[in-house]
Unconditional design. Structure first.
Lengths: 300, 679
């Protein structure tokens, strides 16, 4: 595949290709693939015996067992299928935070684009939801190099503006993605954890494997400013005059409480949650993510 | 609180700089695009009250720190007491003790207590009050209030100069009270500078209670008592008690009775050199001092036979108290000691005349006559030293009464004895009431008498007069304000036996309430007390007669016209201002052209040699119920009444800056925990 998008690094891709992208649960794909399917199939991996019932395909009868026991048994094997990767990338105004070429959206592009590329390389379908108030790019998950190019192009064209609609997008994804899918949401999640919990429960109810990449900058955690400043909201334009030296302690307490609530939401919804600092190399983040997935390959 | 450089306080608006900087920062804040507004808004909402308070506190600390710096450079002053007075009062009255004892000085610097007190007080007033209060000086010598333009005047006006007088502190306080009530001085600080000598303060005197009561009724009066109570035990004082010119066929000499006194007894006898100056010719003698005093009786100083009158002095080597190192005297042929007894009762007049005619001093001539009141006009007033009046007190408007008043005002003695039928005519504020007799068979005895001073004081040898043995069968009651010298016991209801009139011009007027004679008292029978009493009064009265007189320094020592007198003992007599002449020790004569050839030696009152001072407890009693503070100073440690307190402000500024820094201190720059926990 020709990698034309500037946010993708071919060296990183080549290193990460050695690690498969696994789902934590069985997927329901429409073609054969490398992911477990909730139904029995024709792979070479033995699953179980079961008694023959009329109507079963006689080609699956295990004659050796009939010879030994004089009874008919059907031999079943595991079915492997492909997965659908739904990338939900927040493109609200707050995603534009950061230096000119190192914004949160840029970082998210790299994370999402690389994941999409890896998924496509192992034959999985890739879809994209680029969300922000007033603008939305929505591509359904499909297989093939051509579709991946479209996904990556759309990703490259995303602009950070408007208020966030990540909650609505998560609910919408839960409603619209009909089959089990790997839903990867990349955002700063500047929303109330309680509302996020509802969206995550919605996705879980639809049996999606949900992954959250929570991207933040260190200064958003520490609020380390030397002087008082006018803080302009990147989503609404509201201006707040504040003296960080007077406010920092309380700010940190608020952030700490928010993160604790997020932890609680993740624990109760069983979401695969990754906090990412923008100063971390995205390759490390993805490698850590993929390695963790290796150990918990999907159950039926 | 005041400032040495108050002009720098105009820089106080600079304290607003932190506020201005804060406002500028508000306007010029950097614009930051911020994504995590959710956290910021929540933090600000929940932190608003505390944050504002913290911000205001920081601003306040910065403003106060800058103000403290400006105060520091303005060199603030506070006198432990002055700094807290709550601003300058309307009036400041300075009461200055100008007694001779205030001239005690520090030998190394030559600074006297009076000078030190004035300097300290001047600085304190300038620092604490500036020109915001009206300044009034009342000194103990003149008792006249003097308004001062500035505090600096305290150092150079004549009313603060040295004197050889005694101080009457109650009169000084009375002067302040009179001034305050007359002029309605409003909130007033009264500064009293004194060395706390008991003889000057007379804390047991009855006037203090009245003064306390009067001051207590005034609002906003505060007393600051600046004291220099230290005494010098090794200080020597000298005085001449008697001067007699004696002439024999081959020589003439002056016989001087000289007394030396020391603050504390010496362990070993010491030799004290005494310089004697007679008519400008000096000689030196040595006296041995044992214990704390020596009495040199009839020290013979040869003089020329042609020297019939003159003046001189005895002088000790310089020590810390110059005022008691010098004693002046004058001599002349002594005047006869004339006395007149005005009485028609022979039983009374006879023993009196016998006592007064008996020569107590063989070198003097004694003459006593008896007259009835009707012949009082025959009295030779100008020659009589003592009048004993045992008749009805004359009507104040009568010529005789006026003569008697002139007699006592001239310093001559007058003793009233009760008449047979007393009436309520008063003299010097006192009048007889009625006769009383001792209760029971036994006569009344004197239960108390003053043995330290007055007509009944102890003898020269130090033993007391046998006043307690005087038996009194009848006495006459007395009413009016007086100074008691002797009092009878309970059987006579503690009636006075001998009193002195307390009015200023009538101090040589005495009232003896018992008569000599059988059935009256044992005054004539035992004789000693009556003899001493009469002769002391006679000697006192004679001091103002003759052409050579010894007087005590005081505003009236030279009569009504001090300018008519010239100092003989100094080279530049005009250097002493006329008003100061009766206040300073020296020898004076009338200026040229005067009819009289009178020589006067003025000396300090010997009470100024007493070194007893008032303690804190006594002062507490004296000022009981009044708002007063004691400021004790010594000549060695002349600590300023005010002190610079810039260090306090410096420390305050440091504290303020530390507090400001603590409030500004940001939270520790540790990275916030941002590790995701496994689901």
């Amino acid at each position: 595949m020709n990698v034309s998008q500037s946010f993708l690094d071919s060296k990183v891709l080549s290193r990460l290709l050695a690690l498969p992208l696994n789902a934590r649960q069985a997927m329901t794909g429409n073609v054969s693939g490398r992911h477990r399917s909730p139904v029995r199939g024709a792979s070479i991996e033995f699953a179980q015996y079961r008694k023959y019932v009329p109507g079963d395909d006689t080609r699956r009868l295990d004659w050796r067992t009939w010879g030994r026991t004089d009874r008919f048994y059907i031999k079943e094997f595991e079915a492997d299928t492909n997965l659908r990767l739904a990338l939900i990338v927040d493109a609200s105004g707050s995603m534009g935070f950061g230096e000119k070429d190192a914004t949160r959206l840029n970082y998210s592009r790299k994370l999402g684009g690389t994941l999409g590329y890896l998924a496509a390389q192992q034959g999985d379908a890739v879809g994209l939801w680029g969300v922000g108030k007033g603008h939305r790019q929505k591509l359904p998950a499909k297989r093939g190099a051509g579709h991946l190019r479209i996904v990556l192009d759309q990703l490259a064209r995303l602009e950070a503006r408007g208020e966030t609609t990540i909650l609505e997008s998560l609910h919408e994804a839960a409603d619209q993605i009909s089959q089990r899918a790997l839903v990867v949401a990349i955002s700063d999640f500047f929303i109330q954890p309680a509302k996020l919990k509802q969206a995550l429960e919605h996705l879980r109810f639809r049996k999606h494997d949900v992954v959250l990449f929570h991207v933040m900058d260190q200064i958003e955690l520490d609020f380390n400013f030397e002087r008082p400043a006018r803080f302009v909201d990147m989503e609404g334009g509201e201006i707040v005059m504040a003296d960080p030296s007077l406010l920092q302690r309380r700010y940190k307490e608020v952030v700490k409480q928010y993160l604790a609530e997020m932890d609680n939401v993740i624990r109760t919804t069983g979401t695969d949650y990754h906090r990412v600092l923008m100063k971390e190399p995205y390759e490390d983040v993805l490698a850590r993510f993929l390695l963790a997935r290796l150990q918990s390959k999907g159950r039926r | 609180m005041s400032f040495l450089a108050p002009i720098l306080l105009f820089g106080l608006p600079l304290a607003l700089i932190p506020i201005i900087v804060h406002l500028i920062h508000l306007l010029r804040r950097k614009r930051v695009k911020w994504a995590a507004m959710m956290f910021l808004l929540l933090a600000q909402r929940t932190n608003k009250g505390l944050s504002k308070l913290r911000q205001y506190l920081i601003l306040a600390f910065r403003v106060m720190a800058v103000a403290a710096i400006i105060f520091v450079v303005g060199r603030p002053l506070a006198g432990g007491l002055l700094g807290l007075t709550g601003g300058a009062p309307d009036s400041v009255i300075i009461l200055l003790d100008r007694s001779a004892s205030m001239e005690q000085q520090l030998l190394t610097t030559g600074t006297s207590k009076r000078t030190a007190g004035l300097r300290n007080l001047t600085a304190a007033i300038k620092d604490a009050y500036g020109k915001r209060s009206k300044l009034v000086l009342i000194d103990s010598a003149s008792l006249q209030p003097v308004s001062l333009e500035t505090a600096d005047a305290l150092l150079d006006i004549p009313q603060v100069g040295p004197t050889d007088t005694a101080a009457d502190i109650p009169s000084l306080m009375q002067g302040a009270l009179d001034y305050m009530t007359t002029n309605q001085t409003g909130r007033t600080d009264v500064w009293l500078v004194s060395d706390l000598r008991q003889t000057d303060w007379n804390p047991a005197g009855g006037r203090w209670a009245a003064l306390r009561g009067a001051f207590a009724t005034l609002q906003g009066v505060k007393f600051q008592v600046l004291t220099y109570a230290e005494t010098q035990p090794s200080d020597l004082g000298i005085s001449v008690e008697k001067i007699v010119r004696r002439e024999t066929s081959d020589k003439a000499e002056l016989l001087l009775d000289i007394r030396l006194k020391r603050g504390e007894p010496v362990a070993e006898p010491i030799q004290v050199p005494i310089v004697i100056n007679i008519n400008g010719v000096t000689s030196t003698m040595k006296a041995e001092l044992k214990g704390n005093q020596a009495f040199l009786q009839a020290q013979s100083i040869p003089i020329d036979k042609t020297t019939l009158r003159g003046w001189g002095s005895v002088q000790l080597p310089a020590d810390t108290s110059p005022s008691d190192n010098l004693y002046h005297f004058v001599f002349d042929a002594p005047a006869p000691l004339k006395s007149v007894i005005v009485s028609t009762d022979g039983e009374v007049s006879t023993p009196l005349a016998a006592a007064l005619n008996a020569p107590a001093d063989s070198s003097r001539t004694y003459a006593s006559s008896i007259l009835p009141a009707t012949r009082a006009a025959e009295i030779t007033w100008e020659e009589t030293s003592l009048i004993v009046w045992q008749e009805v007190v004359p009507d104040p408007e009568s010529p005789v009464a006026k003569q008697l008043i002139a007699h006592v005002k001239a310093g001559r003695s007058l003793i009233f004895l009760p008449p047979t039928t007393p009436d309520d005519t008063a003299f010097a504020g006192l009048h007889w009431t009625k006769w009383g007799t001792a209760a029971g068979d036994k006569p009344s005895l004197a239960s108390w008498w003053r043995s330290d001073a007055g007509l009944l004081s102890g003898t020269r040898a130090g033993s007391a007069l046998p006043v307690g043995e005087v038996e009194v069968q009848r006495w006459c009651g007395l009413e009016g304000e007086s100074v008691p010298f002797a009092r009878l016991d309970e059987t006579a209801e503690k009636a006075p036996l001998l009193v002195q009139a307390s009015a200023d011009d009538f101090r040589s007027t005495y009232f003896l309430t018992a008569l000599p004679g059988s059935g009256q008292s044992s005054l004539a029978r035992d004789g000693v007390v009556m003899f001493a009493l009469l002769h002391r009064a006679l000697n006192e009265g004679s001091a103002s007669l003759g052409n050579a007189q010894q007087r005590t320094a005081g505003p009236r020592a030279l009569g009504e016209d001090p300018g008519a007198w010239t100092r003989l003992d100094i080279e530049n007599p005009e250097s002493i201002l006329p008003l100061d002449r009766p206040l300073r020790a020296g020898v004076l004569k009338r200026s040229a052209g005067a009819k009289s050839d009178l020589l006067i030696a003025i000396n300090r009152p010997l009470t100024e040699d007493a070194t007893l001072t008032l303690g804190k407890t006594t002062l507490d009693e004296v000022f009981a119920g009044l708002d007063w503070r004691l400021l004790e100073r010594t000549l060695e440690n002349e600590k300023s009444l005010t002190s610079e307190i810039w260090r306090t402000f410096l420390i305050l500024m440091a504290i303020l800056l530390i507090l400001e820094a603590l409030l500004c201190m940001p939270a520790p720059k540790t990275a916030a925990e941002f590790q995701s926990k496994p689901a």
